[in-house]
Design a protein. Structure first.
Length: 469
């Protein structure tokens, strides 16, 4: 019973009940309309047939007089399902016909009776049930009265039959609608209960829970799909926040400790030169910390989508060419050759500053990790359309990243053991991946030289969806 009352409070069920009520009202109106229309058509047919009958009798009287007319009436009165034929005298006394009696006053006025009248058949006696009929009275020259009528029992039965059939159909339709309404309402309520149960677990802190989805593709499934996508995004951001908190606690503890130690050395230094060196070290550590927090702030802004509205049509070919030209002298200083292979005329909808920042991060990483490799040292910046996508890649001939660790290096503050001795924060690839997610693209890592055992190199590709095919 509690479930029934809960069902009544459901908006979907209330709308369904209102719909059923409106349908029932329309059906009831249809029942009475069809019944009235049927009755009106039957009455009209009765009137038309009587008019035709009266005209034939009058023509027979005009052609041959009273005797041919009486013979016609007698012949028709003996036929099965005959109309009412009555011949009465000037005082209304029935002289002949196929009825025993009629309602008094019927023969007083010529023309249509104006209302149904009662009559009694010969087979009925006493106070037995009298029948209703409609008819037409006309007077002869000798003051005799002729009544031609039709029994209304069959039209009345037909009218009642139509009304009863429609009422039964309405009742069946109403019962069926109630059953369907209750079944659909219970099913909707169960689905809402399952969604509520999952929501309670999510609110309790279990962000891995998801709202149930069916295969019908209705509004509940679409809502669950949208909310599940939102929950996945929230879970990812929450996990990123947790990782940032852990990484800040571990990775920033060391530079802060160094900063504190250098400040202590500067405080206790006996000469100005030593104090100056210590202060310069403090400034350097502080700059590194500022860069780290700036990178974290940028990643947070990108992941939150706060700068998504700044998307415009940008010439990514120009961005790639300018970045390569900017870093070419830097690469030459450390003995590297920077090669730009940029396809011209490629544009997409994006944020110029973020794409440029992501690309310079990749070039800077390539220079940093390729400068100590042996053999020919090259960095290649390439841009081209491939398989309906725009691929912007930076390749180097450095030591590369093992395939099983490529997912890890995209996380914040994650640095491989081989890179711990090099300057950096471990946030470069995290920023690039956040930028790609904002642009609806992907970040892919692969070997530059798959067959090169010593220095396989690393190719980092930013894959954008095509905006202007």
């Amino acid at each position: 019973m509690a479930g029934f009352w809960l069902l009544q409070r459901s908006t979907a069920v209330r709308l369904s009940a209102l719909y059923i009520l409106l349908v029932a009202l329309c059906a009831a109106f249809l029942v009475f309309y069809v019944t009235a229309l049927s009755e009106r058509l039957l009455n009209q047919q009765t009137r038309d047939s009587l008019v035709q009958e009266v005209l034939e009798v009058q023509r027979a009287y005009e052609r041959g007089g009273i005797n041919p007319m009486l013979r016609m009436l007698e012949r028709r009165a003996r036929q099965p399902g005959a109309n009412l034929y009555v011949i009465a005298g000037p005082n209304g006394e029935i002289l002949a016909g196929n009825v025993a009696s009629v309602q008094p006053g019927i023969f007083d006025k010529e023309g249509w009776t104006g209302f149904p009248f009662r009559y009694q058949r010969y087979s009925e006696s006493g106070d037995s049930v009298k029948h209703l009929a409609a008819g037409h009275v006309f007077f002869l020259d000798n003051s005799m009265r002729i009544l031609i009528g039709r029994d209304l029992g069959e039209p009345t039965k037909l009218r009642l039959l139509v009304r009863n059939a429609l009422m039964v159909a309405l009742a069946i339709m109403g019962i069926g609608a109630l059953v369907i309404w209750f079944a659909i309402g219970r099913n909707a309520l169960k689905r809402i209960d399952r969604m509520s149960a999952a929501s309670k677990k999510i609110m309790a802190g279990d962000l891995s829970q998801r709202l149930p989805e069916g295969r019908s593709g209705d509004e509940f499934d679409r809502l669950s799909s949208s909310l599940n996508a939102m929950l996945g995004r929230i879970e990812k951001l929450n996990e990123g926040l947790r990782q940032v908190s852990d990484n800040i606690a571990h990775d920033l503890k060391t530079p802060l400790t160094r900063l504190r130690n250098k400040a202590a050395d500067a405080l206790g230094s006996p000469d100005d030169d030593s104090r100056k060196i210590a202060l310069e070290g403090i400034i350097g550590e502080s700059d590194q910390l500022i860069r780290t927090f700036n990178a974290l702030l940028m990643i947070s802004r990108v992941e939150a989508g706060s700068i998504a509205a700044e998307m415009t049509e940008v010439d990514i070919s120009a961005i790639a060419a300018d970045s390569a030209e900017l870093y070419e002298p830097v690469a030459e200083e450390v003995g590297l050759t920077l090669i730009a292979e940029v396809e011209q005329g490629i544009s997409l909808n994006g944020n110029r500053e973020l794409i440029g920042q992501a690309l310079t991060n990749l070039i800077d990483n390539a220079i940093k990790y390729s400068s100590e490799s042996d053999g020919e040292k090259r960095i290649r910046v390439s841009l081209a359309r491939k398989d309906q996508k725009i691929v912007l890649s930076v390749s180097d001939d450095g030591p590369g990243v093992p395939a099983d660790k490529r997912g890890e290096v995209k996380k914040r503050f994650v640095r491989l053991d081989e890179s711990r001795s090099k300057p950096g924060t471990g946030l470069g690839l995290s920023l690039v991946e956040a930028v790609m997610e904002l642009h609806g693209g992907t970040l892919e890592l692969s070997d530059t030289n798959p067959l090169g055992a010593a220095c396989p190199g690393l190719t980092v590709s930013m894959v954008f969806p095509v905006s202007n095919p």
